[in-house]
Design a protein around this ligand. Structure first.
Ligand code: KG4
Length: 340
């Protein structure tokens, strides 16, 4: 009998549900929340309310598209954290209630492990190409920037991570500072394509090991723009493509330097990326280019699996389920990774 897993994701501002059968994706429904755009960032209270409104229709739609009845599910996998507590509470409570109603096992998933395993979601009629173990994953999103060594679907070691801001935050703040909109990453990425990445230089951090820091470069951009605007109030408007291209180049250089170092030191040549920032066109091109130069096997996630989605939660849940892991009904969501 097939293992059919329903995945539920509600860690930030996307309500998502997906169904997989023996690792093969049957459906993946995502309801994004446009309400935050007007505020230039996610408003936690509004996110929880939107999850509350979306969760029933999203799960129903995922089951309907998969052609699966609740009674046929082998397990319900949900994101326990990290993320916004109010958002996580909606998905967690819903998953628990459904588990009781259907008398179906419950499996908790670490959201970050979902991003790291996103490449293992099989899609019908598409070639299934995934990294072999051990592999390195550069996990880059609005909340995290990490290099993770993955030894099996259940064994993860963080080799390095940001000591302050995540790289996605740096993209978002850059966009906000320049009045370009939210979320900033895709906007900066688009403008950068028309700009000169060599035009401006921003100070790079010197952090030992594989850790990252992105707060200094953010401040460096702030002071640079402020000083130039004092000389010419139209500076930003006239040079926004070059500013975005130069800032993006600096961020990607920082990410790549540590990834190359980690790959060299560990001798691991299976390399993947994940999280929202893995949609960035320059990062994707650089990973492929470095891979060709250094003999890596590189795996880029499909765009639909870069941002938050339940397919990745379902596949991570599938591995936990197969390993016999179950969680009890008194499980509580965990906002911070350290609590998981
Ligand atoms: O993984 P994600 O959807 O949510 C979490 O943070 O968990 O990542 C969202 C982040 C945002 O900071 C967004 O600006 C960034 O991913 N992002 C990008 C791109 N697309 C999304 N950053 C750079 N370039 C992109 N094309």
């Amino acid at each position: 009998m097939a293992d059919i897993i329903l995945g539920i994701e509600s860690s930030c501002d996307d309500t998502s549900a997906a169904v997989i059968s023996d690792g093969v994706l049957l459906s993946n429904v995502i309801a994004s929340q446009d309400v935050h755009k007007a505020y230039g960032g996610v408003i936690p209270e509004l996110a929880s309310r939107a999850h509350q409104a979306n969760i029933v229709p999203v799960v129903s739609e995922a089951l309907a598209r998969a052609g699966v009845k609740g009674e046929e599910l082998s397990a319900i996998a949900f994101t326990r954290g990290p993320g916004l507590l109010g958002s996580l509470l909606v998905g967690t409570s819903f998953a628990k209630a459904l588990s009781v109603a259907l008398d179906c096992p419950l499996v908790e998933v670490n959201h970050l492990h979902g991003h790291i395993l996103a490449g293992f979601v099989q899609q019908k009629e598409l070639e299934f190409r995934h990294p072999s173990f051990p592999y390195l994953c550069l996990l880059v999103s609005g909340g995290n920037s990490q290099i993770v060594r993955v030894d099996s679907p259940l064994e993860f070691t963080i080799l390095g991570q940001t000591i302050d801001d995540a790289v996605g935050e740096a993209f978002d703040k850059c966009s906000k500072m320049m009045g370009l909109g939210y979320p900033g990453g895709p906007i900066v990425d688009r403008l950068a394509k028309q700009g000169d990445p060599q035009k401006y230089k921003f100070a790079k951090p010197h952090i030992p090991g594989y850790d990252y820091s992105f707060s200094g470069i953010k401040t460096s951009l702030l002071y640079f723009v402020r000083d130039e605007m004092a000389k010419d109030p139209e500076f930003m408007e006239k040079n926004k493509e070059d500013i975005c291209a130069s800032f993006q180049r600096c961020l990607i250089d920082i990410l790549m330097d540590k990834l190359v170092k980690a790959a060299r030191d560990t001798g691991i040549k299976e390399i993947t990326i994940g999280g929202g920032v893995s949609a960035n066109s320059e990062l994707r091109a650089r990973v492929v280019a470095e891979g060709q130069k250094r003999g890596w096997n590189t795996y880029l996630p499909e765009f639909k699996f870069t941002t938050d989605n339940a397919a990745m939660i379902a596949i991570a849940g599938y591995y936990h389920f197969k390993a016999g892991e179950r969680c009890s009904l008194d499980v509580a969501p965990a906002a911070r990774a350290a609590q998981l």
